[in-house]
Write a protein that binds this ligand. Structure first.
Ligand code: NAD
Length: 471
């Protein structure tokens, strides 16, 4: 029986391995992590991440051919194929701080593989890493090899949180990069045969190592760039009376452009887009490509601008002050169908409003109070952000309450800000919400999900991204 071990039981490691296990009953899959609480959660009825469809997949094979364990070394030693799916955040200190990927976790996983291995292994980069990382890993492994042979493959993950299971069952493509030697090709074939259990052959793309590594950064940069492009257009729409939804539709029906990822919003979030673009910027700079670096950096600048524009719009619409006013924040996750708040636009918007002394009442169906308080108190490195988006001042926690539903959040509020496109926010009883609010009652829709006409009929003053404020 082929044995797979995945180091890192996070948003990527957990779902990807659960899908491999369910699609390949003949393969034994162990997902290991140094976090005891995460592994306990994977072995319980309360999985550590919320992802539609994940529970069923895990329940089908957990304890049969899918195992979650903290016994990292034993499972790595026994595996034929080791996936490395650890976090690769942005460095906060030292050389490349604020841009380069922090490969601390990655390197420690590689050294551990070298320490515990007693048989030949295929090591698969699942984490998103800078191009040429495979070369560094090869060095670590071969210099500590004790006669063991390693083949390094790059197999970046393209799933999107919120649709991870769907994406994994039916991927647009699976990308495998390997060395172009006989052993390298054998390793690529071995990994291909795993995916071939359910992915059609023409969707499994094989490239050289560096192309695979760079393709992941490129794909995220292209996706984020589309969002920043439409968001940049939304600012112009607001200034001119054009409607960004109509412009996006007109642009997206050009078959060369296509309709996806052209929805204007308060800005992209999530753990990947910003981090991966910063990483790309750093790699460009290291290769002497300042102009190219500047091009990609602009994607993040526009995203920051979009968030600060939103805050400014809220404050300026409310007679230039939100001091002491209650503002309901509907949604905190960076997108619907996930409880993930990493880099969510809601953090910057909330910090901006707190900075202007607003009182926030926050509701998200999947994000709890502890996470929100942690996020808003977070004093993390912020690259090139406008001053008013700096971390909230001490005492901010008192200004913030986290409540159990949207109606409670909006009760007595002067304004509602929709920060996440949860389906349930579309179907709220806005008449009831309006009754309980201070007047004039404002809705600032950061995701363009509410029915603007209906809300205006009720009496709300409505701001949607890329549309004129109350005509
Ligand atoms: P995550 O933080 O959810 O999970 C990483 C896990 O690795 C953590 O549970 C951590 O405890 C564990 N870990 C770290 N060092 C370890 C070690 N030495 N041994 C064992 N476990 C260790 O991160 P994630 O969101 O799953 O992302 C993982 C990688 O995949 C990142 O490089 C990310 O950029 C990439 N990626 C993420 C997504 C996404 O949507 N989240 C999509 C595609 C790619």
């Amino acid at each position: 029986m082929v044995k797979i071990c995945c180091i890192g039981a996070g948003y990527v490691g957990g779902p990807t391995m659960a899908v491999i296990a369910v699609k390949c009953p003949s393969i034994e899959v162990a997902v290991v992590d140094i976090s005891v609480s995460r592994i306990q959660a994977w072995n319980s009825d309360q999985l550590p991440i919320y992802e539609p469809g994940l529970d069923e997949v895990v329940k089908k094979c957990r304890g049969t051919n899918l195992f979650f364990s903290t016994d990292v070394e034993r499972h790595v030693a026994e595996a034929d194929i080791v996936f490395v799916s650890v976090n690769t955040p942005t460095k906060t200190r030292g050389l490349g701080a604020g841009k380069a990927a922090d490969l601390t976790y990655w390197e420690s996983a590689a050294r551990m593989i070298a320490d515990v291995s007693k048989s030949d292994k295929i090591v698969v980069e699942k984490s998103t890493v800078p191009v040429k990382t495979a070369e560094a890993i090869e060095r670590i492994l071969t210099h500590n090899s004790k006669g063991i042979k390693y083949q390094i493959l790059s197999n970046p993950e393209f799933l999107a949180e919120g649709t991870a299971i769907q994406d994994l069952f039916n991927p647009d493509r699976v990308l495998i990069g390997g060395r172009e030697t006989a052993d390298g090709k054998k390793a690529v074939d071995a990994l291909k045969s795993v995916y071939a259990h359910w992915v059609p052959e023409d969707r499994i793309l094989c490239t050289n190592l560096w192309s695979a590594e760079l393709s992941k950064l490129a794909a995220n940069a292209f996706l984020a760039q589309r969002i920043s492009s439409v968001n940049a257009m939304s600012a112009l729409c607001e200034a001119t009376g054009a409607d960004v939804a109509q412009v996006a539709h007109a642009v997206g029906t050009d078959s060369r452009i296509g309709p996806k990822f052209l929805k204007a919003s308060v800005g992209f979030g999530g753990s990947c887009f910003q981090k991966d673009i910063l990483n790309l910027v750093y790699i460009c700079e290291c290769n002497g490509l300042a102009e190219v670096a500047g091009y990609w950096r602009q994607v993040i600048k526009v995203n920051d601008y979009q968030k600060s524009r939103f805050v400014n719009r809220v404050v300026s619409s409310m007679f230039n002050t939100v001091a002491g006013k209650k503002v309901a924040i509907l949604g905190f996750a960076f997108k619907k169908d996930t409880g993930d708040t990493r880099e969510t636009a809601a953090i910057d918007v909330c910090k901006g409003l707190i900075g202007d002394k607003a009182h926030l009442s926050i509701f998200d169906p999947q994000v709890g109070e502890a996470q929100i308080q942690k996020d808003l108190a977070l004093n993390k490195f912020e690259w090139d952000h406008p001053a008013h988006l700096q971390p909230a001042a001490a005492g901010a926690a008192k200004q913030v309450s986290v409540v159990r539903d949207a109606y409670e959040a909006a009760k007595g509020a002067h304004a509602v800000c929709v920060m996440t496109e949860w389906e349930e926010f579309k179907g709220l009883d806005y008449g009831r919400i309006y009754e309980g609010m201070q007047k004039p009652a404002f809705v600032f829709d950061g995701r363009n999900v509410v029915d603007v006409e209906k809300l205006r009929e009720i009496g709300f003053i409505v701001y949607s991204i890329g549309k004129p404020l109350d005509p």
